[in-house]
Design a protein around this ligand. Structure first.
Ligand SMILES: Cc1cc2nc3c(=O)[nH]c(=O)nc-3n(C[C@H](O)[C@H](O)[C@H](O)COP(=O)(O)OP(=O)(O)OC[C@H]3O[C@@H](n4cnc5c(N)ncnc54)[C@H](O)[C@@H]3O)c2cc1C
Length: 419
């Protein structure tokens, strides 16, 4: 295949796109603004050597684009099921724990249901899976009486958006996927996102001859006759030949900065992580929390990580001390001891963790007349902004056929930068 693929953004979407173009034999270059790959999926190593993911990332077995990508890069075997028998859930108010089935089908058994979940709620859940008019998730479950204990945690876990504004249409997409047999197995990286996804992806790209330019922030792109003809980086400019393609695998705010004429999502939600330097089990465990600040506690060999989604209004003050009792409860729930005092912790808040998935928001990447430009990223599809959406968009972008322009539109003054 002729023509280079210029992929801007080395997050999961960009890596998946690059994998496709490199395997197809295109000369592939990934330009990443940061000194490391992964974007919102990365392992953080502090100056003190304490290392953890930017936030605990989980996949479900119905995320077939993501698992297919992991398999292709040789990393699927490094993703483990921490709770194959059901998710331990702790009520932070009472300290009581129960084991909840991960598949909604398992909730036919009353002993495997979320607390307070009744048979009638199964019918409501099935109805929420139907492709009906978009409404707030809270309104879909208004008659359930489970607002605080099930509906809001569900909307926050799946859509990173509070249930009063979260889109039932987006939730429906996920519920329909979850209805497939074997769809609800939950997986997390055994060691972390860096060693179990990003580094294998980088190695796979290297094997297929792709090049990665780090610290390469795209400042502007030049368009002539409806084709991208030049990419401007801090280090210089890269000419885009008539037969080349450009994939912008960037978050929407970056697309809007580069191409302000395009309409992109403008509302975001944060995710806060509190990471305690603390010895845990040899194999990772995951505990769900209700009635507290945290939603998840991941217990790993050298770290306990708390996830607080839809955290835009969260007060950061004393956060580690406030969530520590929930980490204690999670540890006790899986048979680990826990001291009264909180150990050292690092708080990391991703302000634009995902777009907000509100009712009525348009779905899809913006339309552009630029012929050799394709978008990728977690924000353009019908699924919530997740690894699955990012990989699916990246692979689709990488497979797009771009027709070479008939005549060269390359301005004569352009120079190819050395990278
Ligand atoms: C704390 C947290 C927890 C999460 N938990 C889950 C989870 O459990 N399961 C799940 O599936 N998803 C989860 N997500 C969402 C998931 O991380 C994202 O959906 C996914 O990483 C998005 O990938 P992306 O490639 O679309 O975007 P990004 O990761 O944002 O990648 C964009 C890349 O482009 C680079 N870039 C930006 N501007 C430029 C520029 N001008 N020039 C060059 N490069 C540029 C960035 O540095 C970045 O590397 C979570 C996210 C966060 C933050």
């Amino acid at each position: 295949m002729s023509g280079a693929a210029h992929i801007v953004g080395g997050g999961v979407a960009g890596l998946a796109a690059a994998y496709e173009t490199a395997v197809a034999g295109r000369r592939t270059v990934v330009y990443e603004a940061a000194p490391q790959l992964g974007g919102r999926c990365r392992t953080v190593v502090g100056p003190d050597g304490f290392s953890h993911d930017n936030g605990t990332h989980a996949l479900l077995s119905c995320n077939t684009a993501a698992t297919g990508f992991l398999k292709a890069i040789g990393a699927l075997g490094d993703w483990v099921e921490p709770e194959p028998d059901g998710l331990p859930m702790v009520d932070a108010r009472t300290g009581t724990a129960r084991c909840v089935g991960l598949s909604p089908f398992s909730w036919l058994d009353p002993n495997r249901r979320p607390a307070g979940f009744a048979a009638a709620d199964l019918v409501r859940l099935a109805a929420a899976a139907l492709p009906l008019r978009d409404r707030p998730v809270a309104a879909r479950f208004a008659a359930s009486g489970l607002a605080g204990t099930f509906v809001d945690p569900l909307a926050v876990a799946v859509l990173n958006t509070r249930s009063e504004m979260a889109s039932s249409r987006r939730l429906g997409h996920v519920l329909r996927r979850l209805a497939r047999p074997g769809a609800a197995r939950l997986m997390i990286p055994r060691r972390g996102l860096g060693p179990d996804m990003i580094e294998p992806a980088e190695r796979a790209l290297g094997r297929h001859g792709a090049t990665i330019a780090f610290n390469a922030r795209l400042r502007a792109l030049a368009v002539a006759d409806e084709r991208v003809v030049r990419l401007d980086f801090g280090f210089g400019s890269v000419a885009v030949a008539p037969e080349d393609m450009v994939i912008l695998a960037l978050p929407p705010h970056e697309v809007s900065r580069l191409m302000p004429e395009l309409a992109t999502p403008a509302a975001f939600e944060s995710i806060a992580g509190v990471h305690f330097a603390l010895r845990g089990p040899a194999a990772p465990r995951l505990v769900g929390i209700t009635g507290g600040l945290s939603q998840w506690v991941a217990l790993r060999e050298a770290c306990a990580s708390v996830t607080i989604s839809a955290a835009s209004d969260l007060d950061r003050a004393d956060l580690a001390d406030r969530v520590w009792p929930e980490v204690r409860a999670a540890r006790l729930c899986v048979g680990l001891d826990a001291s009264e005092a909180a150990p050292d912790a690092r708080v990391l808040i991703e302000r634009r963790a995902t777009i907000r998935h509100a009712v009525g928001d348009p779905i899809g990447f913006p339309r552009t007349r630029v012929e050799n430009l394709v978008f990728a990223g977690d924000w353009g599809g019908p699924l919530p902004a997740t690894i699955e959406a990012a990989v699916a968009s990246g692979r689709a972008a990488g497979r797009r056929r771009i027709h070479a322009s008939r005549r060269s539109k390359r301005p004569s003054a352009l120079r190819e930068a050395a990278i």
